[in-house]
Design a protein around this ligand. Sequence first.
Ligand SMILES: Nc1ncnc2c1ncn2[C@@H]1O[C@H](COP(=O)(O)OP(=O)(O)OP(=O)(O)O)[C@@H](O)[C@H]1O
Ligand SMILES: [Mg+2]
Length: 347
Amino acid sequence: MASTRFHFRALLANVNPSPSRRELAKTLPGEVREWLAAHDFPTVFPHTRLTGSYARQVAVGEIKDVDVLLFVEEEEREQKPNSILIRIKKLLDEYPDTVLSDGQHRSVRLVFPAHDLHLDIVPAIAPESLDEPLEVPDRPTKTWIASDPLNYGERLSAENASHGMKLVPLIKLVKAWRDQNFAIRRPKSYVLEVIVFRAMTGGHLIWENCSTGQLLHGFFDHVAEKWKRLMDEGERSPKVRDPQLDNVISGSWERSHFETFMRRVREARTTAARALQAEETDDLDTAVEEWKSLFGDFWPTAEQVEELMTAQARDLQPGKARISSSGLVGGSAGVASRGTRYYGGRR
Ligand SMILES: Nc1ncnc2c1ncn2[C@@H]1O[C@H](COP(=O)(O)OP(=O)(O)OP(=O)(O)O)[C@@H](O)[C@H]1O
Ligand SMILES: [Mg+2]
């Protein structure tokens, strides 16, 4: 059977943010925190924490947005949430080489035009122990609401580990697919991440002894089936619930956007099935073309794939290894290939 496993390995490397963006995402929040401290803005332990996709290592492509929690005093709870947001904004108005942007529900957005990147700074009140949910301001409801991003981050790591380290890569690939296939009506990152999280942790996907392509096909198949009736006969969008707090996080998902999402999911399922079929019949070129149509710019070049294969060949059998035309690396001992059937989702 033809194998695309090196293609997927290279694809994952391509979707990862570049080291220079990762470095920026790491340094800028610390600088803002020091600046706030130097301007007598009181924060409490642990002062700041990265949150969002970057902190959970599920950011894809160029990082444009870094989410930062800013821990504020408990007394803030007595004030309307808008008050703290306005104070942070006023202070950061003086921050060099940045502009502030309006319209955030829970955060102050500090834009660094030179870097084409912004920080979303979310004030948070920490409970006695960080094992409990935080409270964050919510402008629309004018209240402090519960939010549990830190414990969700921990849980995601644990679930990733107990699912063969396949959950985080799957989230990244689904986000990369979203980025390449939705010029408009893009499903929101966190909602999409939670859909993947729930599919995997709910036991709806076969992830053991299967390739990345098989897992992806299983995911698209699961989503297509899960919301088939809602799509064909319903009038609403699905209620996606937060993994930690169980509240609905997809409230702003418009029906028309959901329908576009489902059409693309169905197309992706068909494409993935064709790719897997081509792999089974050793038609690597067709398989590669099919997968490439889902991942577009992120899909690796033949050179990138070859580089990975050659590196592995060198590691396995120094001096002896060769790369076969099917993409399998073989020395005298060879490399065992996987089973040849692909799996659908468990639904
Ligand atoms: N509807 C929501 N309900 C509760 N928490 C949310 C919701 N949307 C976002 N969040 C929290 O805020 C964080 C930042 O949101 P954001 O929209 O930046 O998504 P993200 O996961 O960081 O993805 P990316 O920035 O890569 O698009 C999320 O990671 C999540 O923890
Ligand atoms: Mg973000």
